[in-house]
Design a protein around this ligand. Structure first.
Ligand code: HEM
Length: 242
């Protein structure tokens, strides 16, 4: 283990997570009008529907797949599925949704770079973000051939162990990656870096996207008329008095 490995996989994750959480909170608190997905649909619809839908379908599956796949402790699923089969499932489903996401982000990046109106209306961060997401999906897909060389699931267990050590503040996380190949490490480094830049980009809309789940449990909105005897169901003409 070099000291660079120790920094990148022992300390850097906490820097990224802190900036991600505190930065998002500060942006929401100080800059709410910039908190949006900044859709470019009004500038040009072409390639957006297909690109955005493919990208979002891919990346949302991968997001939940990574979260549950890496953070679920082994003892919770070992009675249902072996580590080797779990790895195979991750490779196949991750590969399929990774390809969908990759086609999607390639379409989005193409229209952002080559459509003059969209290019002129893009901030540097919009382009940098799409390039980083493109690279991250490409690196994720590039890990599949390496994973196929050890189908017993042992490497996947060590990678998941690293994530669980980080999230539960246990020492010794970087050591778990001693045998991980460069492509895995690059994918992990870039993944953490995306959390680092998250609050400074349009990615903040992901919080709101997940936040909409609150609509499932929120209480009904109460609408009360200021006039005595009127309710929300009183016809408009009666409320206006005509
Ligand atoms: C939580 C659920 C999500 C919802 C409801 C959502 C919704 C949206 C909407 C409405 C747009 C603008 C329309 C468009 O340009 O396609 C958008 C754009 C975008 N979203 Fe999401 N999103 C979600 C999750 C994510 C995730 C997980 C990522 C990546 C990690 C992501 C990355 C992006 C990017 C990069 C764009 C800009 C695409 C472009 O350059 O035009 N979104 N999203």
């Amino acid at each position: 283990m070099t000291s660079l490995d120790n920094f990148l996989f022992g300390i850097y994750p906490y820097i990224c997570l802190s900036v991600f959480l505190l930065g998002s909170l500060l942006r929401f608190e100080r800059d709410q009008y910039t908190w949006k997905s900044d859709s470019s649909q009004l500038l040009r619809k072409g390639q957006l529907r297909l690109g955005s839908n493919l990208f979002h379908a891919g990346v949302l599956f991968l997001f939940f797949g990574h979260t549950f796949g890496m953070l679920t402790p082994h003892f919770l699923y070992e009675h249902f599925i072996s580590a080797g089969n779990k790895q195979l499932m991750a490779m196949l489903s991750g590969g399929l949704f990774g390809v969908l996401g990759f086609i999607g982000v390639t379409l989005l990046l193409h229209r952002r770079l080559f459509d003059e109106r969209i290019r002129a209306n893009s901030k540097a961060s919009d382009i940098v973000l799409l390039v980083l997401l493109w690279l991250q999906l490409a690196l994720g897909l590039a890990t599949i051939p390496s994973s196929a060389q050890h189908l017993d699931g042992s490497m996947m267990m060590r990678l998941a162990g690293w994530a669980q050590h980080i999230m539960t503040f246990q020492a010794g996380a970087p050591e778990l990656l001693a045998e991980a190949g460069l492509v895995f490490k690059m994918h992990m480094f870039l993944g953490m870096s995306i959390f680092l830049i998250f609050p400074f980009t349009r990615l903040v809309h992901v919080w709101s996207g997940f936040g909409t789940a609150a609509y499932l449990i929120r209480p009904y909105q109460l609408v009360r008329s200021r006039r005595v005897g009127m309710t929300a169901s009183t016809p408009l003409s009666q409320r206006r008095g005509n």
